[in-house]
Ligand binder design. Structure first.
Ligand code: GAR
Length: 230
């Protein structure tokens, strides 16, 4: 018998809830006592890094607005002037800062500029939500064990670029998404939370990615709460 979802992050839309019941398997769930502790504490001060659409950035903002995550997004930093995340930030009333990687002489220089902004906005947790730049020890050492990344596969399978395409090419029948601590080696840090989704016979990279993203939006706020609770 399946037990009811105990966390306050149950999806509200029936269609999503149905999907989740059919497809989503999250591990680990956040224990109720951790939720209570998290919700009773001081709000986490988040800095989100995004390179593209920003749907995970918005999912985190929504979780906060619905009081399912006790946090505030101090700033959203993006590296690509075309990133749709910027329009989302404007609509959500969240400060956004463009740091165009092309204008920096090295990865380290970009990371130092990111740190300067994160400090200016008094950020304590760095949330890489679709951040497509490799980070250096400059950033990692500035926020030890306080940088989380989201990756669209069940790590350690399919690290690096084009994880969804890699999963399709490998012919796996189950894939998913992972939230993990950031370490120097790409997509290698300790895993905080994962969700699994099936790969269907007629999947394209787009259809599979969409299915994975439903789960990403579910697990990222939960993983932030879990990680911050120690
Ligand atoms: C997400 O699916 C995330 O897993 C992936 O980028 C997408 C961003 O979507 N991240 C990576 O591939 C990192 N290696 P979003 O901009 O809509 O949140």
């Amino acid at each position: 018998m399946q037990s009811p979802d105990p966390s306050p992050l149950s999806p509200s839309e029936p269609a999503i809830a149905q999907n989740v019941a059919a497809l989503g398997f999250i591990s680990p769930e956040v224990p109720p006592e951790v939720w209570q502790r998290h919700l009773a504490g001081a709000p986490l001060r988040l800095g989100v890094l995004a390179s593209g659409s920003g749907s995970n950035f918005e999912a985190i903002a929504q979780a906060i607005a619905q009081r399912q995550l006790n946090a505030q997004i101090q700033v959203m930093i993006y590296n690509n002037p075309q990133a749709k995340a910027a329009a989302r930030a404007e609509r959500l009333g969240i400060a956004a800062e463009l740091l165009n990687h092309r204008q920096f002489p090295s990865r380290e220089a970009l990371d130092q500029a990111i740190i300067d902004q994160l400090r200016r906005y008094e950020v304590e947790w760095v949330i890489m939500a679709g951040w497509m730049r490799v980070v250096t020890d400059v950033l990692i050492n500035a926020f030890p064990d306080r940088i989380l990344n989201l990756h669209p596969s069940l790590l350690p399978s399919f690290p690096g670029a084009r994880a969804v395409e890699q999963a399709l090419a490998a012919g796996v029948k189950v894939t998913g998404c992972t939230v993990h601590y950031v370490r120097l080696q790409v997509d290698s840090g300790p895993i905080i939370m994962q969700a699994a989704v099936p790969v269907l016979p007629d999947d394209t990279p787009d259809t599979l990615h969409q299915r994975i993203q439903v789960q990403e939006h579910r697990i990222f706020p939960r993983a932030i709460a879990l990680a911050s609770s120690g």
